[in-house]
Design a protein around this ligand. Sequence first.
Ligand code: Z5A
Length: 210
Amino acid sequence: MSGARGRFIAFEGGEGAGKSTQARLLADALRARGIAVVITREPGGTPGAEAIRALLLDPPGEGWPAEAEALLFAAARADHVAHLIRPALARGAWVICDRFVDSSRAYQGSAGGLGDEAITTLHAFGSAGLRPDRVILLEGDEAALAGRLAARGERADAIEGRPAEYHRAVAAAFRALAKADPQGFAVIDAIGAPDAVHQRILLAIGDLLA
Ligand code: Z5A
Protein backbone atom coordinates (compact mmCIF):
# COMPACT_ATOMS: atom_id res chain seq x y z
CA MET A 1 0.00 0.00 0.00
CA SER A 2 0.99 3.66 -0.31
CA GLY A 3 1.96 5.76 2.70
CA ALA A 4 -1.73 6.49 3.41
CA ARG A 5 -3.25 5.59 6.76
CA GLY A 6 -5.35 2.41 6.65
CA ARG A 7 -9.08 2.29 7.33
CA PHE A 8 -10.60 1.23 10.61
CA ILE A 9 -13.86 -0.78 10.52
CA ALA A 10 -15.63 -1.94 13.68
CA PHE A 11 -18.40 -4.53 13.85
CA GLU A 12 -21.02 -4.01 16.54
CA GLY A 13 -24.29 -5.60 17.61
CA GLY A 14 -25.70 -8.04 20.09
CA GLU A 15 -24.57 -11.60 20.67
CA GLY A 16 -25.12 -13.93 17.76
CA ALA A 17 -25.52 -11.09 15.24
CA GLY A 18 -22.73 -12.58 13.12
CA LYS A 19 -19.98 -10.04 13.83
CA SER A 20 -17.12 -12.59 13.87
CA THR A 21 -18.43 -14.33 10.74
CA GLN A 22 -18.80 -11.05 8.85
CA ALA A 23 -15.45 -9.69 10.06
CA ARG A 24 -13.75 -12.77 8.56
CA LEU A 25 -15.68 -12.50 5.26
CA LEU A 26 -14.80 -8.81 4.95
CA ALA A 27 -11.12 -9.47 5.71
CA ASP A 28 -11.05 -12.15 2.99
CA ALA A 29 -12.74 -9.82 0.48
CA LEU A 30 -10.30 -6.99 1.19
CA ARG A 31 -7.26 -9.28 0.98
CA ALA A 32 -8.55 -10.53 -2.39
CA ARG A 33 -8.36 -6.88 -3.51
CA GLY A 34 -4.69 -6.74 -2.42
CA ILE A 35 -5.35 -4.76 0.77
CA ALA A 36 -3.32 -5.55 3.90
CA VAL A 37 -5.77 -6.41 6.68
CA VAL A 38 -5.45 -6.93 10.43
CA ILE A 39 -8.45 -8.67 11.96
CA THR A 40 -8.86 -8.38 15.71
CA ARG A 41 -11.43 -8.34 18.50
CA GLU A 42 -12.42 -6.69 21.77
CA PRO A 43 -12.00 -7.23 24.56
CA GLY A 44 -8.65 -8.63 23.46
CA GLY A 45 -6.37 -8.46 20.45
CA THR A 46 -3.05 -8.12 22.33
CA PRO A 47 -1.57 -10.28 25.09
CA GLY A 48 -2.40 -7.67 27.74
CA ALA A 49 -5.93 -7.11 26.51
CA GLU A 50 -6.56 -10.88 26.18
CA ALA A 51 -5.51 -11.27 29.84
CA ILE A 52 -8.05 -8.57 30.79
CA ARG A 53 -10.68 -10.34 28.60
CA ALA A 54 -10.35 -13.45 30.75
CA LEU A 55 -10.91 -11.36 33.90
CA LEU A 56 -13.99 -9.69 32.36
CA LEU A 57 -15.76 -12.71 30.92
CA ASP A 58 -15.02 -15.06 33.83
CA PRO A 59 -14.64 -12.73 36.80
CA PRO A 60 -12.95 -13.98 39.95
CA GLY A 61 -14.84 -13.52 43.21
CA GLU A 62 -18.18 -11.71 43.26
CA GLY A 63 -17.95 -10.10 39.82
CA TRP A 64 -16.90 -6.55 38.95
CA PRO A 65 -18.76 -3.47 40.11
CA ALA A 66 -20.02 -1.56 37.04
CA GLU A 67 -17.29 1.09 37.34
CA ALA A 68 -14.48 -1.48 37.55
CA GLU A 69 -15.92 -3.32 34.55
CA ALA A 70 -15.89 -0.11 32.48
CA LEU A 71 -12.32 0.65 33.57
CA LEU A 72 -11.16 -2.85 32.61
CA PHE A 73 -12.73 -2.58 29.14
CA ALA A 74 -11.10 0.84 28.71
CA ALA A 75 -7.72 -0.48 29.91
CA ALA A 76 -7.87 -3.44 27.51
CA ARG A 77 -8.80 -1.04 24.69
CA ALA A 78 -5.94 1.35 25.52
CA ASP A 79 -3.43 -1.51 25.20
CA HIS A 80 -5.07 -2.80 22.00
CA VAL A 81 -5.11 0.68 20.40
CA ALA A 82 -1.51 1.48 21.39
CA HIS A 83 0.09 -1.85 20.52
CA LEU A 84 -1.96 -3.13 17.59
CA ILE A 85 -4.56 -0.79 16.05
CA ARG A 86 -2.63 2.47 15.69
CA PRO A 87 0.59 0.81 14.42
CA ALA A 88 -1.40 -1.19 11.82
CA LEU A 89 -3.27 1.91 10.59
CA ALA A 90 0.00 3.87 10.47
CA ARG A 91 1.62 1.30 8.17
CA GLY A 92 -1.41 1.47 5.85
CA ALA A 93 -3.25 -1.74 6.83
CA TRP A 94 -7.01 -1.86 7.28
CA VAL A 95 -8.06 -2.89 10.78
CA ILE A 96 -11.27 -4.88 11.19
CA CYS A 97 -12.29 -5.08 14.81
CA ASP A 98 -15.00 -7.33 16.27
CA ARG A 99 -16.48 -4.79 18.76
CA PHE A 100 -14.91 -1.48 19.86
CA VAL A 101 -15.81 1.49 22.06
CA ASP A 102 -19.49 1.57 21.00
CA SER A 103 -19.88 -1.77 22.82
CA SER A 104 -18.75 -0.03 26.01
CA ARG A 105 -21.19 2.82 25.32
CA ALA A 106 -24.09 0.39 24.76
CA TYR A 107 -23.29 -2.25 27.46
CA GLN A 108 -21.61 -0.34 30.29
CA GLY A 109 -22.78 3.21 29.49
CA SER A 110 -26.42 2.60 28.61
CA ALA A 111 -27.57 -0.87 29.76
CA GLY A 112 -25.15 -0.77 32.71
CA GLY A 113 -26.29 2.74 33.72
CA LEU A 114 -22.92 4.55 33.83
CA GLY A 115 -23.90 7.05 31.13
CA ASP A 116 -22.28 7.94 27.83
CA GLU A 117 -20.11 10.74 29.20
CA ALA A 118 -18.27 8.43 31.59
CA ILE A 119 -17.44 6.00 28.77
CA THR A 120 -16.38 8.65 26.26
CA THR A 121 -14.23 10.33 28.93
CA LEU A 122 -12.47 7.02 29.66
CA HIS A 123 -11.99 6.50 25.92
CA ALA A 124 -10.56 10.01 25.49
CA PHE A 125 -8.06 9.31 28.28
CA GLY A 126 -7.20 5.70 27.39
CA SER A 127 -7.20 5.76 23.59
CA ALA A 128 -7.17 9.47 22.66
CA GLY A 129 -10.78 9.05 21.51
CA LEU A 130 -9.92 6.94 18.44
CA ARG A 131 -13.05 6.36 16.28
CA PRO A 132 -13.58 3.81 13.50
CA ASP A 133 -13.96 5.14 9.96
CA ARG A 134 -17.18 3.09 9.80
CA VAL A 135 -19.12 1.10 12.37
CA ILE A 136 -21.08 -1.81 10.89
CA LEU A 137 -24.03 -2.38 13.22
CA LEU A 138 -25.56 -5.82 12.64
CA GLU A 139 -29.20 -5.92 13.66
CA GLY A 140 -31.70 -8.75 13.65
CA ASP A 141 -34.77 -10.14 15.30
CA GLU A 142 -34.05 -11.18 18.90
CA ALA A 143 -35.56 -14.68 18.53
CA ALA A 144 -33.63 -15.42 15.31
CA LEU A 145 -30.30 -14.41 16.87
CA ALA A 146 -31.05 -16.37 20.06
CA GLY A 147 -31.71 -19.42 17.86
CA ARG A 148 -28.20 -19.14 16.38
CA LEU A 149 -26.64 -19.10 19.84
CA ALA A 150 -28.74 -22.04 21.00
CA ALA A 151 -27.61 -23.99 17.92
CA ARG A 152 -23.98 -23.18 18.78
CA GLY A 153 -24.59 -24.47 22.31
CA GLU A 154 -21.74 -22.73 24.21
CA ARG A 155 -21.93 -21.75 27.88
CA ALA A 156 -22.85 -18.05 28.32
CA ASP A 157 -20.08 -15.83 29.77
CA ALA A 158 -20.61 -13.30 32.59
CA ILE A 159 -22.02 -10.64 30.23
CA GLU A 160 -23.98 -12.87 27.82
CA GLY A 161 -25.67 -14.46 30.84
CA ARG A 162 -27.31 -11.17 31.92
CA PRO A 163 -31.13 -10.91 31.71
CA ALA A 164 -32.99 -10.38 28.43
CA GLU A 165 -33.92 -6.81 29.49
CA TYR A 166 -30.21 -5.93 29.72
CA HIS A 167 -29.63 -7.20 26.17
CA ARG A 168 -32.75 -5.34 24.94
CA ALA A 169 -31.34 -2.14 26.47
CA VAL A 170 -28.03 -2.82 24.67
CA ALA A 171 -29.87 -3.23 21.33
CA ALA A 172 -31.82 0.00 21.87
CA ALA A 173 -28.60 1.83 22.78
CA PHE A 174 -26.87 0.65 19.59
CA ARG A 175 -29.86 1.86 17.53
CA ALA A 176 -29.72 5.27 19.25
CA LEU A 177 -25.96 5.60 18.68
CA ALA A 178 -26.40 4.78 14.98
CA LYS A 179 -29.30 7.23 14.63
CA ALA A 180 -27.21 10.00 16.18
CA ASP A 181 -24.30 9.39 13.77
CA PRO A 182 -25.64 8.27 10.37
CA GLN A 183 -22.30 9.01 8.63
CA GLY A 184 -20.29 6.95 11.10
CA PHE A 185 -22.62 3.93 11.31
CA ALA A 186 -24.04 1.58 8.68
CA VAL A 187 -26.98 -0.40 10.04
CA ILE A 188 -27.06 -3.79 8.33
CA ASP A 189 -29.82 -6.40 8.39
CA ALA A 190 -28.10 -9.45 9.93
CA ILE A 191 -30.77 -11.91 8.81
CA GLY A 192 -30.12 -14.03 5.74
CA ALA A 193 -27.33 -16.25 4.49
CA PRO A 194 -23.83 -15.13 5.55
CA ASP A 195 -22.91 -14.22 1.96
CA ALA A 196 -26.07 -12.11 1.51
CA VAL A 197 -25.20 -10.16 4.68
CA HIS A 198 -21.61 -9.80 3.44
CA GLN A 199 -22.82 -8.23 0.15
CA ARG A 200 -24.82 -5.63 2.16
CA ILE A 201 -21.65 -4.80 4.10
CA LEU A 202 -19.55 -4.39 0.94
CA LEU A 203 -22.13 -1.89 -0.35
CA ALA A 204 -22.04 -0.02 2.96
CA ILE A 205 -18.27 0.49 2.81
CA GLY A 206 -18.09 1.12 -0.94
CA ASP A 207 -17.15 4.78 -0.43
CA LEU A 208 -14.14 3.77 1.72
CA LEU A 209 -12.90 1.40 -1.01
CA ALA A 210 -13.17 3.98 -3.80
N1 Z5A B 1 -18.52 -6.28 25.84
C1 Z5A B 1 -18.88 -5.23 26.67
O1 Z5A B 1 -19.74 -5.40 27.54
N2 Z5A B 1 -18.24 -4.04 26.53
C2 Z5A B 1 -17.27 -3.82 25.61
O2 Z5A B 1 -16.71 -2.72 25.54
C3 Z5A B 1 -16.91 -4.92 24.76
C4 Z5A B 1 -17.55 -6.12 24.90
C5 Z5A B 1 -15.83 -4.73 23.73
C6 Z5A B 1 -17.68 -10.24 24.39
O3 Z5A B 1 -17.94 -11.51 24.15
C7 Z5A B 1 -18.67 -9.79 25.46
O4 Z5A B 1 -18.16 -8.59 26.00
C8 Z5A B 1 -20.01 -9.47 24.83
C9 Z5A B 1 -20.14 -7.95 24.94
C10 Z5A B 1 -19.17 -7.59 26.00
N3 Z5A B 1 -21.03 -10.12 25.60
N4 Z5A B 1 -22.21 -10.17 25.22
N5 Z5A B 1 -23.26 -10.24 24.90
P1 Z5A B 1 -17.69 -12.22 22.78
O5 Z5A B 1 -16.80 -11.41 21.90
O6 Z5A B 1 -17.21 -13.56 23.12
O7 Z5A B 1 -19.21 -12.34 22.29
P2 Z5A B 1 -19.99 -11.65 21.14
O8 Z5A B 1 -19.30 -10.43 20.64
O9 Z5A B 1 -21.40 -11.44 21.58
O10 Z5A B 1 -19.83 -12.74 19.98
P3 Z5A B 1 -20.73 -13.92 19.51
O11 Z5A B 1 -21.75 -14.35 20.50
O12 Z5A B 1 -19.79 -14.97 19.04
O13 Z5A B 1 -21.53 -13.33 18.32
P4 Z5A B 1 -21.10 -12.83 16.87
O14 Z5A B 1 -19.63 -12.68 16.72
O15 Z5A B 1 -21.94 -11.65 16.56
O16 Z5A B 1 -21.59 -14.02 15.93
P5 Z5A B 1 -20.79 -15.19 15.15
O17 Z5A B 1 -19.82 -15.85 16.08
O18 Z5A B 1 -20.33 -14.70 13.86
O19 Z5A B 1 -22.03 -16.13 14.90
C11 Z5A B 1 -22.77 -16.71 15.96
C12 Z5A B 1 -23.35 -18.06 15.47
O20 Z5A B 1 -24.29 -17.81 14.41
C13 Z5A B 1 -22.29 -18.99 14.90
O21 Z5A B 1 -22.63 -20.31 15.22
C14 Z5A B 1 -22.38 -18.74 13.39
O22 Z5A B 1 -21.97 -19.83 12.64
C15 Z5A B 1 -23.85 -18.44 13.20
N6 Z5A B 1 -24.11 -17.47 12.13
C16 Z5A B 1 -23.37 -16.37 11.80
N7 Z5A B 1 -23.92 -15.72 10.75
C17 Z5A B 1 -25.05 -16.41 10.43
C18 Z5A B 1 -26.06 -16.21 9.42
N8 Z5A B 1 -26.01 -15.18 8.56
N9 Z5A B 1 -27.08 -17.09 9.39
C19 Z5A B 1 -27.14 -18.13 10.27
N10 Z5A B 1 -26.20 -18.38 11.23
C20 Z5A B 1 -25.17 -17.52 11.30
